[in-house]
Design a protein around this ligand. Structure first.
Ligand SMILES: Nc1ncnc2c1ncn2[C@@H]1O[C@H](COP(=O)(O)OP(=O)(O)O)[C@@H](O)[C@H]1O
Ligand SMILES: [Mg+2]
Length: 364
């Protein structure tokens, strides 16, 4: 019997970042060290069905994997399919040693899959339940950043109900605290879905309604006229920061279209052209943010560096950032001397280490 470590790569998912996840997973699977690891593939359809897959890796990104996987008859009950997919991957009495949930956004990067894997007692790559949920929820991440003393822009948070009932008050608050332009976004979302730049009071209502489609809680933020700088963090208790990179969006801001639809017309520059002292400050803030949320494995921390004076503001943390070979996270590590294959290997090692470290002595 093989003594390779059996890694289940889970991809897709019920998220606006389903497609991105498929491309990230395809990269992971194609670059994993097969002398050391044995890969099982599990796709989650947009409808939430978990499907074990053993066809060509090249059909994951395109989405063609699904028809192949569906051609085998499988149960259609959410919990059952999750369990069945994992059980089927444990074929030939080979248990899954570790899961790599290459899932972005809601239902993947938010602690839900992490909770399922905790219950199943299977080690997994990346952040745990708490850090995943905190990272996904921008309003809560801000509370933790504030407590850690990390600089961030001014913001307001409202519930969907408040938006419908107290619009006048919200409009006054924005005028008084933030003024225009400002940014409106769902607290829990990703890929810039539901994010709007609001230029005047007239645009506020529609922007709030749009954001409220995606979440129960809505953030309104001070506009920061800044460059977008990102930093990759890797590790468990002693995380390290990569160099930093700059994203130059091809649209007015880094919206969904600029992120995924415009080919490669949004540019990535590594290292970012910033004074050494600013780069160091961002790297330090990144590690502090990672630790403050109790992250493990990986996270990409995103900042704005104000154009006028190079002041640094933390924007958000992503606990399962885009993970193709050409994604910012992987490129930052490649530029810092850790190539993609080694990065994947390191993440798996960190997952196994954290699993051991998390064991508690409990007498039932
Ligand atoms: N307060 C802000 N000031 C200026 N630009 C912003 C602000 N908030 C968001 N943006 C723009 O919107 C993009 C998406 O917002 P972000 O909060 O990063 O959400 P997501 O999780 O969807 O990436 C950012 O990359 C940036 O271009
Ligand atoms: Mg972002």
């Amino acid at each position: 019997m093989s003594d390779k470590i059996r890694v289940a790569v889970i991809f897709g998912g019920q998220s606006s970042e389903h497609e991105v996840s498929r491309f990230s997973a395809e990269s992971v699977i194609s670059n994993i060290n097969t002398d050391k690891y044995d890969v099982a593939m599990i796709g989650i359809t947009k409808e939430g069905r978990w499907l074990p897959y053993d066809g060509p890796v090249g059909l994951i990104g395109t989405g063609e994997w699904q028809a192949l996987a569906e051609s085998q008859d499988r149960p259609n009950h959410a919990l059952l399919t999750a369990g069945t997919a994992i059980a089927e991957s444990e074929r030939d009495n080979r248990k899954i040693d570790v899961v790599f949930p290459v899932l972005h956004g809601c239902n993947g990067e938010d602690g839900t899959i992490q909770g399922l894997l905790e219950l199943a007692g299977i080690p997994y790559v990346g952040c745990g339940v708490l850090s995943s949920s905190l990272g996904m929820d921008k309003a809560y991440a801000k509370i933790v950043f504030e407590r850690e003393g990390l600089p961030q822009g001014k913001y307001l948070v409202y519930s969907r109900k408040q938006i419908n009932r107290e619009f006048e008050k919200i409009s006054d608050d924005v005028e008084r605290v933030l003024s225009y332009p400002c940014f409106v976004k769902p607290s829990n979302a990703g890929s810039s879905v539901g994010v709007s730049k609001v230029r005047n009071a007239g645009e506020l209502g529609p922007a709030l309604q749009l954001a409220a489609k995606y979440d129960r809680r809505i953030l309104i933020e001070e506009f920061i006229d800044g460059r977008e700088i990102e930093c990759a963090v890797l590790g468990n208790d002693d995380p390290v920061a990569s160099t930093v990179g700059e994203v130059i969006p091809c649209n007015e801001f880094y919206d969904y279209e600029a992120k995924y639809l415009s080919g490669d017309s949004s540019q990535i520059i590594i290292p970012a052209d910033l004074p050494a002292e600013v780069i160091e400050r961002i790297r330090e803030y990144s590690v502090r943010a990672f630790k403050a949320l109790d992250c493990s494995g990986l996270a990409r921390v995103d900042f704005f560096v104000r154009k006028a004076d190079n002041e640094v503001f933390i924007n958000e943390i992503n606990t399962m950032p885009g993970f193709t070979q050409i994604s910012m996270y992987s490129k930052l590590w490649a530029a810092s001397g850790l190539p993609y294959e080694k990065l994947v290997e390191r993440l798996i090692e960190l997952a196994l280490e954290r699993f051991e470290d998390n064991k508690r002595e409990i007498d039932y």
